[in-house]
Structures are given as structure tokens and as C-alpha cells.
Write a protein that binds this ligand. Structure first.
Ligand code: SAM
Length: 281
């Protein structure tokens, strides 16, 4: 018998907590143990890993992570869910000391209590309305995370894995490429959730690569990216003119960076954005 959560127990837990899942917090819970095991497998979680999970909810994925990893750190914004999780874990026979629950907003978390081992892998069914900022925040602040798998809304997954010169390609793609390579890891059926969401979901895997430069360069690069995609139909010399004090200096900066000034931002890789950022004094 599976020692993971199933649909009946999820409903029992929700009734016990008098939980009415909210859209605001993206509360759609996975009720299918096979889906949870598949996600954990796609992330290559092993017994030497400390997994970071965002939004453990009622614990579906948390239990699958405890099964496969050394320990789990779970960050949950909803206090009732955060308080219930240790009891659910204990009931399913997992060691309580292998789980640490942090009742916080994942957008605000930039470090973890010092005594903890650092997380090595991120596995999360992300709250959809904040999935991109949460992912970027974690990539920025937790360099110990080497890889991971996140579940997001399908459209967001398409954007995250898009390549240059594609209409899906934009700021989330380029910014996450500063830290990692992202790949499509498959769709997830609506039927595995309670309540059933009114959007499609998909999995994205990421693998961290060596940093492309200093933190100072990253901040400048992200400014160039923001300007380029705020005016995505414009040529780069015009899109970033404000940043360089006019379109003539912007054109000069692009030429010095080896970039065609008439190109659009959607054609540039993160490496090219960083070459432009290096021209900012
Ligand atoms: N992991 C569970 C599962 O797969 O069944 C629940 C996933 S549900 C899509 C998203 C979870 O994220 C909810 O438990 C919600 O309360 C939590 N959440 C929403 N916004 C959050 C935030 N900013 N920080 C941390 N957790 C958040």
C-alpha cells in the first residue's frame, strides 16, 4: 500500500482544517501519488539530497520527497497547512526530524535558519500567480540548489523554456537563463488535482550552470532585459535609449558590445544581454 496521500485523505484533511482552497494562494492539491513520485523522479532526487519545497499544501509532494531524499525544507504561507504538515508526515511513518516547515511567504525568503543543511534540489508545485518571481528569487538566493523540477501553468512553462526569436521568449526566460538551463518536462493532467484547476499545468526542469558574471553585472543585465522587453517590438537602440541617455549612446554601446543596434530584444540570449550591460558605466 502506498504511504503517500490519496484523494480520500486529502478531502479528510481539508475537512479537518475547514479548508476552502483559495485561488489567491493557488491552492490546487495533487491527489495522485503516482504524479508526485514521477515529479520527484524527474528531479533525480536521491538520499543525499536536501529538497526545498515551496507550498507543500496538504503534503502530497512532501511525502514523496521524504521517501526519496535525506530531508525536506518546506515553505508554506498558509499557517493552517504549515501547522498540520508535521502531523501528516508522522502519520505516514516518516521521521519528523527530516522535515522542517517554515511558515513564510516564499517571495520574501532569502536565507534559511543557519543550522540547516543547505537545500540541493528544488521540487515544487508552485502557486501559479507567483511562480516566476518565486523561481527567480530561489535561483538568486540559494546557489546550493543545483537542479529542480517545478510545476507551473502550461503557458508559463512554455515561456520559461522558450528559445530566442519565439513569441513566448521574454524576461522570465532570459532572467532564469542567467542561472540555469530550463527544459520542458511534460504536461500534467487537470484530473490529478483537487479542486480541478481551470488552467493546464506542466513541469519544467532546470539545471544550474556556472554564474555568467558578478552580482553587479547581473543587476545591470536585468535592467537591460527589463527595458528590452518593456518595448519588445522596438529595436534595441531605441528600447534601451533611456538606460544610456539617448539612442546615439545606446547605439554606440550596442556596437561596442558586438550587437546589431537594429535587432530586437527577443532575438538576444542572456549572454548577449550581459555584453550590453558591460557597457553601462
Ligand atoms: N504542494 C501541494 C500539492 O502539490 O498538492 C500544494 C500545491 S498548491 C498549487 C500551492 C501551495 O502554495 C498552497 O499550499 C499555497 O497555500 C502555497 N502558497 C501560495 N502562495 C505562497 C507563497 N507566496 N509562499 C509559500 N507558499 C505559498
Amino acid at each position: 500500500m502506498s504511504n503517500l496521500l490519496g484523494a480520500a485523505e486529502i478531502r479528510e484533511l481539508a475537512a479537518l482544517l475547514d479548508l476552502k482552497p483559495t485561488k489567491k494562494l493557488g491552492q490546487n492539491f495533487v491527489v495522485d501519488a503516482n504524479t508526485c513520485r514521477k515529479i520527484v523522479k524527474l528531479a533525480d532526487v536521491s538520499k543525499s539530497d536536501v529538497a526545498l519545497e515551496i507550498g507543500p499544501g496538504l503534503g502530497s509532494l512532501t511525502l514523496a520527497l521524504l521517501e526519496a531524499s535525506k530531508a525536506v525544507i518546506a515553505i508554506e504561507i498558509d499557517q493552517r497547512l504549515a501547522n498540520q504538515l508535521p502531523a501528516t508526515v508522522a502519520k505516514h511513518g516518516f521521521a519528523a526530524e527530516n522535515l522542517q516547515v517554515i511558515n513564510q511567504d516564499a517571495m520574501q525568503v532569502s536565507n534559511l535558519p543557519t543550522l540547516n543543511p543547505l537545500p540541493t534540489v528544488l521540487v515544487a508545485n508552485l502557486p501559479y500567480n507567483v511562480s516566476v518571481p518565486v523561481l527567480l528569487n530561489l535561483l538568486e538566493h540559494f546557489p546550493s540548489i543545483k537542479c529542480g523540477v517545478v510545476m507551473v501553468q502550461s503557458e508559463v512553462a512554455e515561456r520559461l523554456v522558450a528559445k530566442a526569436n519565439n513569441k513566448e521568449y521574454g524576461s522570465p526566460t532570459v532572467k532564469s537563463n542567467w542561472w540555469a538551463d530550463l527544459t520542458w518536462a511534460g504536461p500534467v493532467s487537470r484530473s490529478v488535482f483537487w479542486p480541478v484547476p481551470n488552467v493546464d499545468s506542466a513541469l519544467v526542469r532546470f539545471d544550474r550552470h556556472p554564474p555568467l558574471g558578478s552580482e553587479e553585472l547581473r543587476i545591470k543585465t536585468f535592467k537591460v532585459i527589463d527595458h528590452a522587453f518593456a518595448k519588445r517590438r522596438k529595436m534595441m537602440r531605441s528600447a534601451i535609449s533611456e538606460l544610456f541617455g539617448g539612442s546615439a549612446p545606446a547605439e554606440q554601446a550596442l556596437i561596442s558590445a558586438g550587437i546589431d543596434p537594429t535587432i530586437r530584444g527577443e532575438a538576444l540570449t542572456v549572454q548577449q544581454f550581459s555584453q550590453i550591460a558591460q557597457q553601462i558605466s
